[in-house]
Design a protein around this ligand. Structure first.
Ligand code: ADP
Ligand code: MG
Length: 550
């Protein structure tokens, strides 16, 4: 197992260690098993996963990043794969399953080469050459457009596999509208700051009751029923301190011995609130959005003065409100003036389901919109929220880049074809690695066809022959269960998503290939829970977690 010479022991006896081929194989197996576990979710006909945690909470999802995040993964290389999904999700918002499946397949193909005696460094080099060539090919075959029809198809492609039921077209239109509303031109370039699109959910109602609000919605009602329901031409004070009389840290007791003093005491309190409200009123504010509490007495004075007040607004909402209304968040009421007030055409309380929410529309800065998701249950609205966030990201980057590729495995089939030709020009052992890379890409159309219940072998043969004939848009048509035209089907993926998925898959695969020694380090052995996890450590014999502490 270990090489001929005597090992020099620099590690304490009993330290768990895997070396050379064993370590490499164990790592590859772990990565492959993670990839296999989410393969069935790929594409519009993919299945969902139900994740149940130790206290019985469940998450039902079709989203690779979400599934992997919720999975209790123990093996170190499996964790690296999970990181790929997270990074894909945070940088482009989609293509997480694709990235993980590709990483697994790159490693699987590498295994065959390792068996044939090709060194892992050669494989890693070949993979990197192939990736760079693949990115060039993507640039050359990408289509240019970011018109609404393209954006809509991009959104539909991103949403179609999710649990959005039949409402994905409706939701896609909403997403395109939202992205268009917040898109800005900066130095001749289109920029979409997707954080300007706030997404909230409220269960109840139907998915088609989901609405786009040109402005912001906060999940709070006005604090007093005598306050106005609508304030037009709103001047908004944004306050992040409590409109309460300061409670002392240590318990304080006010002893009033003389009954006539009670009135004095209450009078004082009332004066304090009166002056608070007075300061706010003087600034010209007719709406108060407060991050903390508002005492009853203050509520009463606000109501008397016709001021619309909301308390306990989330900090993140306060920041968005400041940005949208052009107001400034203040802590000290003495800093209140006309200049720090936010502006909106209308602040209104509306009933959504059983709850009342505050709608702030016609904001000073119109580049802020809010999508309010509705749906029968918490699980439904949560999965729609995840799906919409994906769709917003892909539409936003397509709006920025103005470039897309054909989905449904079309781009992967095209890359595989072109990379095979490229491999011939490279020669040597790297050629083998580039061919393996090209073969690995076919996992995407193969998985899409398998998940749609098609015969993967015949479908792949047909797909390859279409691409050889020059039909770049040929892909897996899941509606017709055959190879079809992705251009007319409108199955489009942003180029940035595809490039990023490929890059991170190659990066993690080559990193895993280069590891030939896995040593339990001090820190991890102390922090791991004893016993390790199920399905975890592969060849590591019982798991690092089971080691005695040092
Ligand atoms: P990921 O997490 O990688 O985005 P998805 O489950 O969203 O995984 O599946 C994405 C893949 O499904 C892409 O390759 C995309 O082109 C493909 N796809 C989406 N819609 C369709 C469709 N209508 N027909 C064929 N393929 C589709
Ligand atoms: Mg997707």
């Amino acid at each position: 197992m270990m090489s001929g010479q005597m090992p020099i022991l620099i590690l304490k006896e009993g330290t768990r260690r895997e070396q050379g081929k064993d370590a490499q194989r164990a790592n590859i197996e772990a990565a492959k098993s993670i990839a296999d576990s989410i393969r069935t979710t790929l594409g519009p006909k993919g299945m969902d996963k139900m994740l149940v945690d130790s206290i019985g909470d469940i998450v039902i999802s079709n989203d690779g990043a979400t599934i992997l995040k919720e999975m209790d993964v123990d093996h170190p290389t499996a964790k690296m794969i999970v990181e790929v999904a997270k990074s894909q999700d945070s940088s482009v918002g989609d293509g997480t399953t694709t990235a993980v499946i590709l990483a697994g397949e790159f490693l699987k193909q590498a295994e065959t080469l390792l068996d044939q005696g090709v060194h892992s460094t050669v494989i890693a080099n070949g993979y990197r050459l192939a990736m760079n060539e693949a990115k060039k090919i993507m640039d050359s075959v990408a289509k240019s457009s970011s018109d609404d029809k393209t954006l809509r198809n991009i959104a539909i492609t991103a949403l179609s596999g999710k649990n959005t039921g039949t409402s994905y077209e409706f939701l896609s239109d909403l997403v395109v509208k939202a992205v268009n509303a917040v898109a800005e031109e900066k130095n001749g370039k289109i920029v979409v700051d997707h954080s300007n699109i706030k997404v909230d959910k409220k269960n109840g109602g139907n998915v088609t009751d989901t609405q786009l609000i040109e402005g912001l919605v906060i999940d709070k009602e006005r604090v007093h029923p005598k306050m106005p329901v609508i304030v037009k031409n709103a001047k908004i004070a944004l306050i992040d301190s409590a409109l309460e009389i300061k409670k002392t840290e240590i318990e304080a007791k006010v002893q009033i011995t003389d009954p006539s003093k009670i009135q004095d005491f209450l009078g004082q309190e009332s004066e304090t609130f009166k002056s608070m409200v007075e300061k706010i009123k003087k600034s010209g504010a007719n709406v108060v959005l407060c991050q903390k509490g508002i005492e009853d007495l203050a509520q009463h004075y606000f109501a008397k003065d016709g001021i619309y007040a909301v308390r306990r607004v989330k900090k993140s909402d306060m920041e968005k409100l400041a940005k949208a209304t052009g107001g400034k968040i203040i802590t000290n009421l003495d800093d209140l003036s006309k200049d720090v007030l936010g502006k909106a055409e209308k602040v209104e309380e509306k009933k959504i389901g059983d709850d009342r929410m505050t709608f702030i529309t016609g904001c000073a800065n119109p580049k802020a919109v809010n999508i309010l998701i509705r749906g029968a249950t918490e699980h439904v609205v949560s999965e729609i929220e995840r799906s919409l966030n994906d769709a917003i990201r892909v539409v936003a980057i397509t709006k920025e880049d103005g470039k897309y590729l054909y989905g449904g495995g079309a781009i992967e089939a095209e890359l595989a074809l072109k990379l095979r030709n490229y491999a011939n020009t490279v020669g040597g052992r790297e050629q083998l690695a580039i061919e393996a890379f090209s073969k690995a890409l076919e996992i995407i159309p193969r998985t899409l066809s398998e998940n749609a219940g098609m015969d993967p072998i015949n479908t792949l043969i047909k797909l390859k022959s279409e691409h050889e004939k020059g039909k770049q848009s040929a892909g897996i048509s899941v509606t017709e269960n055959t190879v079809g035209d992705m251009a007319s089907a409108g199955v489009l993926d942003p180029i940035r998503v595809k490039k990023h998925a490929l890059e991170s898959a190659v990066e993690v695969a080559t990193m895993i290939l280069r590891i030939d020694d896995v040593i339990a380090s001090k820190k991890s052995s102390a922090s791991e829970s004893p016993g390790g996890g199920a399905g975890g450590m592969g060849g590591m014999g019982g798991g690092m977690g089971g080691m005695p502490p040092y």
